[in-house]
Design a protein around this ligand. Structure first.
Ligand code: NAP
Length: 247
């Protein structure tokens, strides 16, 4: 799948699933903006890695939960590469606790990053995509937003919200050549799932029909497909990349 001359912005693109998405889109020919919040070293080394194989990339610090940061991130993308074609809303956090123990701060922090952050980025990117009459928005939700997960009333709310937001925006943008889709990963091996105990890993893996956790590349290849011309008739869709856990 060829993304030559396309400009892609990946939030939280310096590490975890986002890092692999950045690499896969850059290898497909896209100019890539790697957004990071705290992982400055990883962002810089990723840009070097992309440039080493002849790709173009730029690392930009921004906290996507902040409206002005999201605006600056989109502006910097357009100033550097001339436009924006593909937005991947990947950045996300967890802060788990059972509802009775969860603080208001824990709830707000996860909602502000995982839900408001997606809205902030979509809001600012929309002006560019709609004006161009072409665009791809790919939101990374979670099966936690589809099934609900005990201990994640904040995260499940945000991720279910992302699915609802995607469908609303897909309807708003459809006539303007901009598709909006969701990927809902299951359990993928990253820092996020390293927080799970060995007992939890075994418990979940046994419930996955494919009997294993996924890799970041499993998600990145789905992003590449949705970003490509091959997915031009798909919008408002939720694609589960979960080894069959949700079906
Ligand atoms: P991760 O390794 O913890 O990475 C999270 C990424 O989000 C980091 O790049 C981080 O950037 C970025 N981020 C967090 N807060 C941010 C903010 N305020 N502004 C900008 N960037 C921010 O997690 P991951 O597993 O790769 O997760 C990536 C996405 O997949 C998330 O949306 C997650 O909810 C979703 N997901 C993951 C799994 C899984 O099993 N791993 C399953 C379902 C869904 P910095 O490091 O620079 O702060």
């Amino acid at each position: 799948m060829d993304l030559t001359n396309k400009v892609a912005l990946i939030t939280g693109g310096a590490q975890g699933i986002g890092r692999t998405i950045s690499l896969v889109l850059a290898k497909a020919g896209a100019k890539v903006v790697v957004n990071y919040n705290r992982s400055v070293d990883q962002a810089k080394s990723l840009v070097e890695e992309i440039e080493a194989f002849g790709g173009q990339a730029l690392a930009v610090q921004a906290d996507i939960s902040k409206y002005q940061d999201a605006e600056r991130l989109v502006q910097t993308t357009v100033q550097t590469f001339g436009t924006l074609n593909i937005l991947v809303n990947n950045a996300g956090i967890t802060d788990d606790a059972l509802l009775l123990r969860m603080t208001e701060e824990q709830f707000d922090r996860v909602i502000n990053t995982n839900l408001k952050g997606v809205w902030n980025m979509t809001k600012h990117a929309a002006k560019i995509l709609l004006k161009a009459g072409y665009g791809r928005i790919i939101n990374i939700s979670s099966i936690s937003g589809v099934l609900g997960n005990a201990g994640q009333s904040n995260y499940s709310s945000a991720k279910a919200g992302v699915i609802g937001m995607t469908k609303a925006v897909a309807r708003e943008f459809a006539s303007r050549g901009v598709t909006v889709n969701v990927i809902a990963p299951g359990f993928i091996e990253t820092d996020m799932t390293k927080k799970l105990s060995e007992e939890q890993v075994t418990l979940w893996a046994n419930q996955i029909p494919l009997k294993r956790f996924g890799q970041p590349n499993d998600v990145a290849q789905a992003v590449l497909f949705l970003a490509s011309e091959h997915a031009s008739y798909i919008t408002g869709h939720t694609l589960e990349v979960d080894g069959g856990l949700v079906m």
